[in-house]
Design a protein around this ligand. Structure first.
Ligand code: ARG
Length: 388
């Protein structure tokens, strides 16, 4: 008996994959696995219903805690952002792929499958994890070059129905919401308010600010306004308060792995708040040398994650460096949220490398600095004089 395990989302692409895997690829048993990384409840419910109906076996795996603990927290420590926005979709894919592989092993399946098309980044991210196993990798929608129209027709013939055609293509997890497709493909098109669900517009945000106090331990957020919370609840809480103030919207032209430019819109209030706060705390406790070097590490880390290359040994090596630096990233950051902006207004840490002895107001040993100043810019001066 030929068995395949499919990464299932409940949407059109992955739904048509189920009959395709039987009819065109000859699998006897299609196991649909839906991994819950914090999609909207309605999507999960719909996926569960459809997956049970279509698949020979269906499994829903709640991976929210693991997602936050092993992926989001590491992203915070790495200040993970790509071309100026917080990584969202990219960070969830390796975990989804990992869960699918786990089920394939349990079920003794010979193949794993995903429903990605041949255009985006996600195919590469799934493939990178899938291909690191001995399993066959199948991607029906990509391999058969199906258009949206062909998929809809095929779905209808197989009794797969969707209430309405979705205008936007949305990918959502607990950390980030990404919206693309339709008119948004035109970089000049203004994003309509209806695409946003987590954040109000700057215009509709309240005039009164909120101050949030975030505590970090070893680079990881552990409490908001004095209340300790597990990662999932903490992120939900910050998404709410940040969203209320219109914090965390991104509209960006992004370079995909394949080199195509794409127009993308994102919402990520908690991510914006936590990354601003974390970066600020690092500035208080890490040395100048650490900060300079870590910036390069963080950028390389983010590129690997964007490309889905978390199986690369470099990813582990960078994480080891990052974890070492985070041993001291403990402290509290105060953020002011107002009209779409999250701004740090105060910070403190037992590990601060800040000394009041050399602060602006302190009486200084100016004679010592005078000596330093004599040779400051020495080479530049020599060069300028040579031009005379
Ligand atoms: N461009 C982003 C990425 O590659 C997000 C893609 C999300 N997909 C979507 N259908 N909105 O990570």
């Amino acid at each position: 008996m030929k068995k395949v395990v499919l990464a299932y989302s409940g949407g059109l692409d992955t739904s048509v994959c189920i009959p395709l895997l039987r009819e065109h690829y000859g699998y006897d048993k299609v196991i649909a696995v839906m991994v819950d990384v914090g999609q909207p409840e309605a999507d999960i419910n719909e996926g569960v219903e459809r997956g049970n109906k279509l698949g020979d076996l269906f499994r829903l795996i709640d991976a929210k805690d693991e997602f936050v603990r092993d992926y989001i927290f590491q992203l915070i420590k790495a200040n993970g952002s790509y071309e100026g926005y917080v990584l969202g979709t990219a960070i969830a894919r390796p975990l989804i792929a990992k869960k699918v592989v786990e089920v394939a092993k349990e079920e003794n399946a010979e193949a794993v499958a995903h429903g990605c098309t041949g255009k985006g980044n996600d195919q590469l991210r799934f493939d990178a994890v899938f291909r690191a196993t001995n399993l066959d990798v199948v991607a029906p929608v990509r391999e058969m070059s199906l258009t949206r129209e062909e998929e809809n027709k095929y779905a209808l013939e197989h009794g797969i129905s969707f209430e309405s055609e979705k205008r936007w293509s949305i990918d959502e997890n607990i950390w980030s919401r990404s919206i693309e497709g339709s008119e948004l493909e035109d970089p000049a098109f203004f994003p309509p308010e209806e695409i946003f669900q987590w954040t109000v517009s700057q215009d509709n945000a309240p005039d009164n600010a909120d101050i949030v106090k975030i505590e970090f331990e070893r680079g990881i957020p552990v409490s908001v306004n004095g209340a300790r919370a597990d990662g999932v609840s903490l992120i939900k809480r910050l998404n709410e308060v940040g969203g209320k103030h219109g914090v965390g919207r991104t509209d960006i032209i992004e370079d995909r792995v394949l080199g195509f430019k794409a127009r993308e819109n994102y919402e990520h209030p908690a991510a914006t708040i936590l990354l601003e706060a974390h970066r600020d705390l690092e500035r208080l406790v890490l040395t100048r040398n650490e900060l300079r070097f870590k910036e390069v590490v963080d950028q390389t880390w983010s590129e690997l994650v964007y490309q889905g290359l978390v199986m690369d040994p470099l990813y582990d090596a960078l994480n080891a460096f990052i974890d070492k630096t985070q041993e001291r990233v403990t402290g509290t950051v105060f953020m002011k949220l107002k009209k779409g902006v999250a701004r740090v207004v105060g910070r403190e840490s037992p590990n601060a490398l800040y000394s009041a002895d050399v602060s602006f107001d302190a009486k200084q040993e100016t004679r010592i600095v005078e000596g330093f100043s004599v040779y400051h810019g020495f080479q530049s001066r020599m060069y300028r004089k040579s031009l005379e």
